[in-house]
Ligand binder design. Structure first.
Ligand code: KG4
Ligand code: ZN
Length: 343
């Protein structure tokens, strides 16, 4: 039997400290995610300084547990991989420093992984050879990107958000509605009790040919709905019934989902795609998963979706994407730096 290629992946780009050992890019031997949601909740979003400090505190225990759970030692590892971009540089710095240190001390190759591309990989774990060409929608707290993919490592950006990312819109609207951070799961939970037809929020399509996204107008529309067009006086949210909040959440979610699905199908049509791939934190949203599945079924497209626990940030996707990079010999050196930008 051929020896397994075990790769240790490290992820600290935002507010999850995560590590995983994945064999041959597909077999998850261990995965540990230490979330910091409790630390950022009162601010309604991630505070970089707090995130960075928490990563420093958690990285060693997370790594120790990951190696322990996998039952491997450094001698069983082929490489150490880390998401070094995009993200908060002060947060990425912790993972990058840990990865560089381990690679140096253990004498292993270091692999730099793009965090957004890794989100796509989470959807390819179960099906690494999708029918091509494929279009990928990666929707997270920082990105709303549409790609044409010819392979897991050959991606062409087709469209992106021109203002807020989809997850950012969920987080900001949750904050407007006094729902807890992170906003996506809170809005989804509230929306389950609501009627999505209550408020006709705008669907920004940015012209008939555009593959870009814009969510800030939608967020502002929710704000106006809660505070009045003149933005005078207090928000009405405090005096709204749970049903009213649920109706607004459902109407907002329906607007986001409709735009995401429409643009993804537009992109699929543009490149003649056979497969659609969905990943990123917002891909955990059941309404989005179901609407995209229905649209793909109606148009004869195959949909590959990341399993829910691998939609939000994790290191399985990092270790998994590192495997084809390892095979291609795309190694980084110890001068590797974190970078906030995507490409
Ligand atoms: O991918 P991710 O964990 O981190 C980034 O790379 O940004 O995505 C986090 C984002 C947050 O904005 C969060 O509100 C959103 O994903 N999210 C969701 C859901 N779960 C997480 N959005 C909608 N519905 C969800 N169930
Ligand atoms: Zn992410």
């Amino acid at each position: 039997m051929a020896t397994e290629i075990n790769i240790l992946g490290i992820e600290t780009s935002c507010d999850e400290t995560a590590a995983a050992v994945v064999a041959d890019g597909r077999i998850v031997k261990s995965s540990v995610v230490a979330s910091q949601h409790d630390l950022h909740d009162r601010y309604g979003g991630v505070v970089p300084e707090i995130a960075s400090r928490a990563h420093i505190e958690r990285i060693y225990p997370v790594l120790a547990k990951t190696m322990d759970d996998a039952g491997v030692g450094p001698q069983n590892l082929a490489a150490v991989a880390v998401a070094n971009r995009p993200g908060l540089t002060v947060a990425l710095m912790v993972g990058v420093t840990a990865a560089k240190t381990l690679a140096m001390v253990w004498g292993k190759p270091l692999i730099a992984v793009n965090h957004v591309h890794a989100h796509l990989q989470a959807a390819l774990l179960a099906q690494p050879d999708p029918a091509l060409p494929a279009v990928a929608l990666i929707v997270s707290g920082g990105h709303s990107n549409l790609y044409e993919c010819r392979s897991a490592v050959d991606l062409r950006l087709l469209g992106r958000t021109i203002d807020d990312a989809a997850g950012e819109a969920f987080d900001k609207v949750a904050s407007i509605l006094n729902l807890p951070y992170p906003g996506g799961p809170s809005i989804e939970k509230a929306a389950r009790q609501g009627n999505p037809k209550t408020v006709d929020f705008p669907r920004s399509m940015l012209g008939p040919d555009s593959l870009d996204f814009s969510f800030s107008g939608l967020k502002t529309a929710v704000l106006y709905h809660c505070r009045g067009q003149q933005m005078k006086g207090e928000s009405r949210v405090g005096s709204m019934s749970p049903q009213e909040i649920a109706d607004i959440a459902a109407s907002f979610q329906a607007a986001v989902v409709e735009v995401l699905v429409a643009k993804t199908l537009r992109a699929a049509d543009r490149v003649g795609a056979r497969t659609v791939v969905l990943g990123g934190g917002v891909a955990a949203n059941t309404a989005l998963r179901e609407a995209l599945q229905q649209a793909c079924s109606e148009t004869g497209l195959i949909l590959l979706v990341a399993p829910k626990p691998l939609c939000t940030d994790n290191a399985v996707m990092v270790a998994s994407l590192a495997y084809p990079l390892f095979q291609a010999g795309w190694f980084a050196d110890l001068s590797l730096e974190p970078a906030s930008s995507s490409e």
